[in-house]
Design a protein around this ligand. Structure first.
Ligand code: ADP
Length: 367
């Protein structure tokens, strides 16, 4: 099917007016939905015939070799394996990301003019809600070279030289395009400018970053292989510099999970353990109002350890091995184990903070 689609796409110019557009759009949709059917272990489309990845391509001249090596080693991330199905719910965010990030990468010819891709996409919301997982799922699609820039590492490791690093980063992203440049915790990098304590070097780095993003959204530079996209996450959207906020045009709110999402998460996280039938997913979801995905993961981890802790209390290592050999360390988790876990894990986001996210969403978010 895909090769037929490709063939039709290539013939698009020879088809008349609306028929041509219709064929083109149908094909685009087929190609779009086929992304989901690509298994993580299928060869990457971006790999060459001998299986080399884009980063095996030689560097162009004008890139500082030392910085380029560091970026290849520490920032470019390959073989991430997070699928959309590993992420519970968040259907709207997944759809928006496919449309805003993945689709323009595979159909650059379609995303021109009015359909020009978003310059940058921001995922914001309380901590532990799956923002980083979503970004990694984008990377795992294997369609783009993924530059994983943890803002705090960038600043601390490259203090004073971050401006050069940012320039080199974007040069490489254009060279290895299609690329996604991902800034985790962008608030740490782009705090509001102009505060008295701000260092000159940090100010220059921010200006460089802004002008590089302008460069990619205006389509200038040597992007010969496709699009470069900026994707960022933050738990503190209100701390982002206004100039950066404007460039992150698509702002997607990732809220705390609702009842349905919490139920789905428990289902996902407890897949590999045995649970007593008295413990229902409905019960667990109802008990965790206000919890983030990360909080729910902590509850599951903690609960899953409870029977083991009880069984090995006061036992010596030899006795524990003996218990294992007798098969006495296989457990079914009961409601008491979860209730015990609830005592030590609490919701990590306050109502006041939630109101702050909602009002930022109302003012600056994309629906
Ligand atoms: P964030 O970037 O929003 O702070 P992460 O994406 O790093 O959060 O998620 C932290 C952890 O919480 C994940 O490793 C995962 O265990 C769990 N988690 C959060 N949201 C989800 C979700 N929607 N589906 C599955 N796991 C989730």
């Amino acid at each position: 099917i895909l090769s037929n689609v490709q063939c039709l796409l290539n013939q698009q110019d020879q088809l008349d007016g609306e028929v041509g557009v219709g064929v083109y759009q149908t094909c685009s949709v087929i190609r779009y939905w086929s992304i989901d059917s690509v298994q993580p272990n299928t060869p990457k489309s971006s790999r060459g015939q001998r299986g080399e990845t884009p980063v095996d391509r030689p560097l162009p001249s004008g890139i500082e070799p030392g910085l380029a090596e560091m970026i290849k080693r520490d920032i470019i991330q390959e073989d991430l394996k997070i699928s959309w199905d590993d992420i519970a719910e968040l259907g709207t965010a997944k759809k928006l990301l496919k449309e805003a990030v993945i689709l323009p990468m595979i159909l650059p010819e379609f995303f021109t003019g009015l359909r020009k891709p978003w310059g940058g996409v921001l995922l914001f919301g309380p901590p532990g809600t799956g923002k980083t997982m979503l970004a990694k799922a984008v990377a795992s699609q294997g369609k783009t070279t993924f530059f994983n820039c943890n803002a705090s590492t960038l600043v601390s490791k490259w203090h004073g030289e971050s401006e050069r690093l940012v320039k080199c980063l974007f040069q490489m992203a254009r060279h290895y395009a299609p690329s996604t440049i991902f800034f985790d915790e962008i608030d740490a990098l782009m705090m509001s400018r102009g505060s008295g304590t701000e260092h000159e070097a940090s100010r220059r780095m921010k200006s460089e970053l802004l002008s590089q993003i302008d460069g990619i959204s205006s389509g200038s530079g040597d992007t010969t292989n496709g699009t470069v996209m900026v994707l960022a996450t933050t738990n503190k959207p209100w701390e982002i510099d206004e100039a950066m906020r404007r460039r992150l045009e698509k702002r997607i709110y990732i809220p705390l999970p609702d009842l349905t999402a919490r139920k789905a998460m428990f289902g996902l996280f407890l897949k590999t353990v045995e649970i007593d039938e008295e413990v229902t997913l409905d019960y667990l979801a109802a008990r965790t109002e206000g919890f983030s995905g990360a909080d729910i993961m902590s509850v599951c981890r903690d609960a899953s350890m409870m029977p083991l802790r009880r069984a090995i209390a006061d036992k010596s290592p030899d006795e524990i091995v003996e218990l294992k050999e007798q098969g006495a360390l296989q457990f079914t988790l009961g409601v008491g184990d979860f209730n015990e876990a609830f005592k030590s894990v609490q919701s990590s986001v306050s109502t006041k903070e939630l109101e702050r996210y909602q009002s930022w969403m109302d003012e600056f978010g994309s629906s």
